[in-house]
Design a protein around this ligand. Sequence first.
Ligand SMILES: NC(=O)NC(NC(N)=O)C(=O)[O-]
Length: 361
Amino acid sequence: MPNPARTAPAEPAVDDLAAAPYPGGDPYADYRPADFAFTALPDLADRRLGGAVLAAGDEFFADRENLLKPDPAEFRPHTFTAKGQLMDGWETRRRRGRTTGAPHPGPDDHDWALIRLGVPGTVRGVLVDTAHFRGNHPLAVSVEATELPGTPGPEDLDAADWHPLVPRSPVRGHAANGYPVTDPRRVTHLRIRQYPDGGIARLRVHGEPRPDRAWLTALGTFDLAALAHGGTVEDASDRFFSSPVNLIMPGTSRVMGEGWETRRRRDRGADWVRLRLAGRGLIRAVEIDTANYLGNAAGWAGLQGRDGEDGAWFDLLPLTRLQPDTLHRLPLDRPRPATHVRLDVLPDGGIARLRLHGSLL
Ligand SMILES: NC(=O)NC(NC(N)=O)C(=O)[O-]
């Protein structure tokens, strides 16, 4: 019987895909970030929107649920549970070949996980973050997608029709690995495969939300700006401290960092964010919440509306004085059809949530 260690090819040098062992100090010091335009779009798999990892073939070293945690992955060196080093991600056991003569995994051996998006939509890019997985990240990943009605379980997903979103692609360790997606189909669930095994810290699925239209019609009156209903942040003047997408996230903010906070303005200008509504609708009631902004709440806020991509902007809500750390409830007397809304903030500061209650036309 040949000794596989002797016949195996020499260890490849630490190349671009690999990551150096943890050198001590700040675990993110040698992390390799990525700058992909699609990351400006919301994460449709966000746990806070209802995203979940429904099942995984293996999760021996670290739980699949970690994949969708909103915060960056943490690393505590030399922290061992009964199974191994504590890892903040989804990590499977090492695969083995079948025989002494073939001890390595086969070329198609892989681990898999099934993801339910929090909001269905068109995926524009997938981010596979291998933060802190060095020497145990997968060699490659692939992602498939499907669209199913209702609330299917893992068994239903097994029998679903899957189409590829990301072909089998190389993965770098301790890095943000971005894969742009061009397939325009609406999807509700994903299947990620990692070849042959290993650990992934976080999975982000960036795209355009496309919720169930029949559900919105049944609701009647709902928040036309909410991400969960298909509202989107198209652009904003400032993303310095936090993302404007926070304005349209579910629930209330718990701390300052969970809202939209702009930097201190040193000119005479104003900050703004432009939203595309869930559809063409009539807004009747506005909520502007400055929760957790005490010394830095926006001073005044106003709303403009626009009907169609090329429509002219018109006043929806005149500039209104805001109080710190307060939910402002503002009925609109004369609703007008709108597809887009611009929130103007004077002179700068923080707003935690913007709710635009109304109905589709
Ligand atoms: N040092 C490790 O991380 N080893 C193993 N992983 C964990 N989590 O212990 C492995 O084999 O990948």
